[in-house]
Design a protein around this ligand. Structure first.
Ligand SMILES: [Ca+2]
Ligand SMILES: [Ca+2]
Length: 331
């Protein structure tokens, strides 16, 4: 079971793990002859207890990595900062890390606004309904997907009025046993909060997690250059709440490998969109992204029979980055 750890010493190790992976990524991929020097740095850093010095230098190190991205008008899977980092042994442990484009996922907080009682689902809510139906093993029906999205919307929207009687607000949650609680009525800060939301079983959360992110606002757009097949399948025509067939999105994945989409026009001119938009059907594209501003960093360090987890959400601002939030734990 994952539990929070605020102990200063463990926190130091986790921060160190983050810094280490950035150092290794920058040095090991750019200057081969410096590789062994970076390993030495890793070992000395890991052995250090006080991490305040390291913590101060973290944003600079991440910026060094992002500096390799010359073109921030377009971000794609070919960008060096998005390349996988292989797991590596460090000082009696094994360190692995992932740098993930958060803008390649659906922002769960985007379902908070609109779609209240008597209103139709918003664009963001429609996309999440479609995403929930892309997991073959869960086999969620459209109706079940709608219930999940309504419950999530009500859990995080600021009022305490239910969208309909199958959704849930504080009145429902307060009556739960053994311990009732209130609807959050504010934007999510962590995916782990989903376990408090009606209909969100551990299975649903587990399958959904790789495809969603928690941004500190309600914007709905995602980067079509980095989105997974499941996320691209949420781009069906407005009235169709089922996901696109996987074969419909492979053309996008092939095209962007050759040449990333640069703007709405380049994406809208693809045969898939042309086919979908024939007749009166429309695909909402005005919120879609072609570059990314949010980065998820996930680091895990297996060290002396324990697994230390560290994750962070960072926001790019030109060549700078700022830490939006970080979490850590020990498994
Ligand atoms: Ca509500
Ligand atoms: Ca609410």
């Amino acid at each position: 079971m994952l539990r929070s750890k605020t102990n200063r010493q463990s926190g130091g190790i986790l921060i160190t793990a983050l810094v280490v992976v950035v150092i290794v990524t920058v040095l090991a991929t750019s200057i081969q002859r410096d590789y062994y020097r970076s390993i030495t740095l890793v070992e000395s850093t890991l052995s250090r207890q006080g991490a305040s010095l390291v913590m101060d230098s973290t944003p600079d190190l991440i910026e060094t990595l992002l500096a390799s991205d010359q073109d921030h008008q377009v971000d794609s899977l070919a960008d060096r900062w998005l390349q996988p980092v292989s797991a590596m042994p460090v000082a009696e442990g094994l360190l692995s890390a992932q740098i993930i484009d958060a803008n390649g996922k659906l922002n769960l907080n985007s379902v908070a606004v609109g779609g209240d009682a008597g209103e139709e689902f918003t664009v963001a809510q429609r996309r999440l309904i479609r995403l929930l139906q892309t997991f073959d093993d869960l086999a969620l029906s459209q109706y079940q997907a709608e219930q999940l999205v309504k419950a999530l919307k009500d859990y995080i929207d600021e009022d305490d009025f239910v969208v309909d009687f199958e959704s849930a607000e504080t009145e429902y949650y307060a009556a739960l046993s053994p311990v009732g609680y209130r609807a959050s009525n504010q934007l999510l800060e962590s995916i782990s909060e989903l376990r408090f939301v009606r209909y969100f079983t551990p299975e649903v959360i587990h399958r959904l997690t790789p495809f969603v992110t928690i941004l500190p606002h309600t914007a709905s757009g995602f980067n079509v250059n980095t989105a997974s097949s499941n996320v691209l399948r949420t781009l069906n025509t407005f009235d169709d709440l089922s996901p696109l067939d996987p074969s419909m999105v492979t053309a996008w994945e092939e095209v962007r490998t050759e040449q990333p989409f640069v703007d709405e026009q380049s994406f809208a001119s693809t045969p898939t969109i042309q086919q979908l938009q024939s007749g009166n059907s429309t695909v909402t594209m005005d919120d879609l992204l072609y570059a990314s501003d949010y980065i998820e960093l996930a680091v895990d360090l297996r060290w002396r029979d324990r697994l230390y987890l560290f994750s962070a959400l960072l926001e790019r601002d030109g060549q700078r980055v700022k830490l939006i939030k970080k979490t850590n734990g020990i498994l």
